[in-house]
Design a protein around this ligand. Structure first.
Ligand SMILES: Cc1ncc(COP(=O)(O)O)c(C=O)c1O
Length: 418
């Protein structure tokens, strides 16, 4: 039995990826950046011929939607989407209990109540049965998140929304390039919300995009991101707002990255499936369930599940640390479920304390999310999108490392108890 890397033994590999199979078009990023710098405009004004306008059109086409508005970040995208639909005081919006805090906090930002529902244990996306059970006469919208490396069950969620006359806003911060039955994520709901924050698979430091098919809503969003201005071509589309525009400098980087993503998306999908096979072949772990309706899966992260019973009770945190040491690669916990999250505390903000009843309604501890809690505490192993650069011929490193940990589970237990 070989000694654990955590105990000074030889790691399974010191170079997991070798040469990444993902291409980058930094040449294009630089070219678009310099062109924008030299010729301008630096901003993104509706109707102007800018790098931002070019990228917005290309990104909408890539995700399969008619329109795209570029917005400051993937938090403001959600806020503007809710506002444009007239969602606010007195309304409820259903969101998954495991997600980044913005999915829920933006609902509070428009004075509505986020209703947190539990997730499916094998996809980590919102459970449609829990969504249906959470609908009340006040419900106005559902916000599915295509989390990590899986997509929410769009067929069921869209059917529920149709039946109950609800809006669907897809939170696609993790799913640039993914497709459900050939439809790009974000193109199936009334809006698709994307983040270009620095850790994402397409990134510009910060940034966001809303895609949509409705020309009317596009008009409202264009007004909203421009301080509520009226534009001559869309005179009726006006709503009080602020400045939520992205810049052409950010769009220049994203335009180059989109050119790379056109090729990388299929590679990430193929390599992700090789990772799933490696996890399936390893002891005491399970890949996430891939719905056959997913026609392309491009994850922001790669996630799989750990079963501590198969490791005689070795805690998840020890498993993750030991795996990181064997592969010289970082592994993370899942998002803290929102009813426990340090970053999701809307009831502490004075602006949100509209009434005692509202404060109670938005206090996260009122929710019970046993599946999300179990996944976070005991099961989820997460790593970032760069792992999709791993060639299928090297995916065995992952199963080799896991098998080594399983063989050494008695040692791991001792380490955990120290
Ligand atoms: C699921 C999800 N929604 C929304 C956001 C917010 O995006 P941004 O950081 O661009 O505001 C993020 C960012 O990590 C996210 O992961």
């Amino acid at each position: 039995m070989s000694k654990l890397a955590l105990q000074g033994g030889k790691p399974v590999t010191k170079n997991l990826i070798g040469t990444t199979q993902l291409i980058s078009r930094r040449d294009l990023e630089r070219r678009y950046l310099l062109e924008t710098f030299d010729k301008g405009p630096l901003d993104d004004w509706p109707g102007a011929k800018s790098t931002a306008a070019a990228f917005a059109a290309e990104f909408a086409a890539f995700q399969g939607a008619r329109h795209c508005s570029l917005i400051t970040n993937g938090t403001h995208t959600l806020q503007l989407a809710l506002e444009s639909l007239g969602i606010g005081w007195g309304d409820e919006v259903i969101v998954p209990g495991m997600t980044w805090q913005a999915t829920a906090s933006t609902v509070c930002d428009v004075n509505a109540v986020p209703v947190l529902v539990d997730i499916e244990p094998d996809t980590l996306c919102m459970d449609p049965a829990k969504v249906e059970a959470a609908i009340t006469p006040r419900t106005r919208a559902i916000v599915p998140v295509h989390l990590y490396n899986r997509l929410a069950n769009m067929d069921r969620l869209l059917a529920i929304a149709r039946r109950h006359k609800l809006h669907v806003i897809e939170d696609c911060a993790h799913s640039h390039g993914s497709q459900w039955k050939g439809h790009g994520t974000g193109s199936m709901g009334v809006f698709g919300s994307f983040s270009f924050q620095n850790s994402k698979s397409m990134r510009a430091g910060e940034g966001g995009a809303l895609i949509m098919n409705s020309k009317d809503l596009y008009g409202v969003i264009e007004s909203q991101r421009c301080c509520g201005r009226r534009f001559p071509e869309r005179p009726k589309a006006q709503m009080h707002s602020g400045n939520y525009r992205m810049t052409s400098l950010q769009a220049a980087l994203l335009r180059g990255q989109l050119a790379a993503m056109h090729r990388n998306a299929a590679v990430m999908d193929r390599n992700g499936q090789a990772l799933d096979r490696a996890v399936a072949a390893a002891p005491g772990v399970l890949p996430m369930r891939r719905d056959p309706r997913i026609t392309r899966q491009v994850g922001y992260c790669y996630a799989f599940r750990y079963d501590s019973e198969a490791y005689d009770g070795v805690p998840l945190v020890t498993f993750r640390k030991a795996l990181a040491a064997e592969l010289s690669w970082d592994f993370f916990p899942a998002y803290t479920p929102l009813h426990h999250s340090e970053l999701y505390t809307p009831h502490t903000k004075r602006r949100h304390q509209i009434s005692a009843a509202y404060t109670r309604a938005i206090t996260p501890s009122r929710w019970k999310l046993p599946v999300a809690h179990d996944i976070w505490e005991n099961r989820a192993v997460i790593t970032l999108w760069q792992i999709y650069g791993l060639a299928p011929s090297r995916a065995h490193f992952l199963s080799d490392a896991i098998a080594k940990l399983h063989e050494n589970r008695a040692e791991l237990r001792k380490l955990a108890s120290k």
